[in-house]
Design a protein around this ligand. Structure first.
Ligand SMILES: [Zn+2]
Ligand SMILES: [Zn+2]
Length: 448
């Protein structure tokens, strides 16, 4: 499954538009604006749909025209914006939509649906298992309520590709017996609310940093969460510390904050997903690429930079990169990337295409001759291997086209060739991310 996070904020978002606290000012200054939490799965299934979600989809470049199933967790107004059903009725030409949720949530929708609208209401209760299109949906109880106990639920969803996610929003701390329901689930991703940050006295049925950590620990105990699970904190409110601190705090329990507009490709660490990570010098692109294989032990790391005799600064940078990587990873120093990709039986990380291209230009003496035909052949071979890879592959590359025009002919040649190479690799990738000042911008994603 592919999950587009339409929002990752609490009911009032983060920052709260009316608040001047440090957390809100800081998030605003960073441009980290979180709207009400909701997600779009495979463009066909929506997880919650508060008033902000439909517009968020458009802002992130997605249409909701293909949505066939709408799953509501509960009737709180940040999760349930039934006006969307009215908007749909003005354009939908008979294509049915399932609206699934606790009976109270569905009742709140009925006045927005006309008698002839092709909407099918499917009430569910905790404990139900439903087939929703190509998805298997197990309904779990939430420690949350709107009007009465039992009128808020969580969803355990298995996709047509066999990947599995937990949508756990909203809920407070879950009782011990709850975890038996997800024993051995080995979720690919868990989206768990963490509303209150360091405010432990909120007295609401929500999670804060401490209780979020406890829920994750219990999920680990029953192997619902494993090292391969992407644990994503959502429903984030302004009681949380500033985003960089929050990242560190969540990282300590093996989780991370979700970002609005982020695409989470489930099973990326175990299926043949191709990811290109672009960025300028020191943009954080290598660290980001390595993070994509967090917890994956058997990664082959392809260092294309080779050794530079007598260059102490280069040696130091290489050593720093090496120290950052897990010791279980295998490092291969080569520019024969196509061969490594073809032979790979486990995940491969190539760092980076810029130095690979430099090595090939050196090898064929292109700097002097200007004849790029041999390098063009190399690029074609690399692309063919990239497309044919059956293991997860991540390539890092330099984004060099935005600066001034290089003063030398060789500089311009390199810039043009690398721009072309990046474009071709991007076109053959499932996920393309650009790092700017350490911040990942998700440029494109396709379902693998
Ligand atoms: Zn909420
Ligand atoms: Zn709620």
């Amino acid at each position: 499954m592919e999950v587009l996070l339409l929002g990752t904020g609490a009911a009032d978002g983060w920052p709260n538009p009316f608040c001047t606290c440090r957390s809100c000012s800081d998030a605003l200054a960073r441009g980290e604006i979180r709207g009400q939490t909701a997600a779009l799965v495979d463009d066909v299934l929506m997880l919650d749909c508060g008033p902000e979600a439909p517009r968020a989809a458009l802002r992130h470049g997605r249409s909701l025209a293909g949505v066939r199933h709408l799953l509501f967790t509960h009737a709180h107004s940040d999760h349930l914006g039934p006006q969307a059903l009215l908007f749909r009725s003005w354009v939908a030409d008979g294509v049915p939509l399932d609206v699934i949720g606790p009976p109270d949530a569905l009742d709140a929708c009925r006045q927005w649906v006309g008698p002839s609208d092709p909407v099918r209401f499917v009430p569910v209760d905790a404990g139900d298992v439903a087939t929703v299109g190509d998805y298997r949906v197990a309904v779990l109880p939430a420690e949350h309520r709107v009007f009465r106990d039992g009128d808020a639920v969580l969803y355990d969803i298995t996709g047509p590709d066999g990947t599995r996610l937990l949508w756990a929003c909203d809920t407070g701390p879950l009782p011990r017996e709850w975890f038996a329901r997800v024993r051995d689930a080995r979720f690919d991703a868990v989206f768990l609310e963490e509303t209150f940050g360091d405010d432990a006295r909120h007295g609401t049925r929500h999670l804060d940093l401490a209780s979020f950590g406890e829920v994750v620990a219990h999920l680990r105990e029953v192997e619902a969460v494993t090292d391969g699970t992407d644990v994503v904190a959502v429903h984030l409110g302004h009681h949380n510390p500033a985003p960089p601190v929050l990242r560190r705090r969540l990282g300590a329990v093996g989780a991370r904050p979700g970002d609005d507009g982020e695409t989470v490709v489930l099973g990326a660490a175990r299926s043949g997903v191709r990811t290109l990570v672009l960025g300028g010098v020191r943009s954080g692109k290598s660290a980001h690429a390595e993070g994509l294989f967090d917890g994956v032990p058997d990664v082959t790391y392809v260092a294309t930079g080779g050794t530079r005799d007598g260059d102490a600064e280069w040696a130091q940078r290489v050593a720093l990169h090496r120290d950052r990587r897990p010791s279980s990873w295998r490092t291969v120093e080569t520019d024969d990337v196509a061969v490594v990709l073809a032979d790979a039986t486990g995940p491969v990380l190539v760092d980076c295409l810029g130095t690979w291209l430099t090595a090939r230009l050196d090898r064929h003496g292109v700097w002097d001759s200007g004849d790029t035909s041999a390098v063009d052949d190399d690029i074609a071979a690399l692309l063919a291997a990239w497309k044919a890879a059956t293991v997860p592959v991540v390539a890092v590359s330099n984004e060099v086209g935005s600066g001034v025009v290089p003063a030398t002919a060789s500089g311009r040649l390199f810039r043009d060739l690398l721009g072309k190479l990046n474009t071709q690799v991007a076109a053959a990738s499932d996920v393309v991310t650009l790092l700017v000042a350490g911040v990942p911008l998700h440029l494109a994603s396709r379902r693998p």
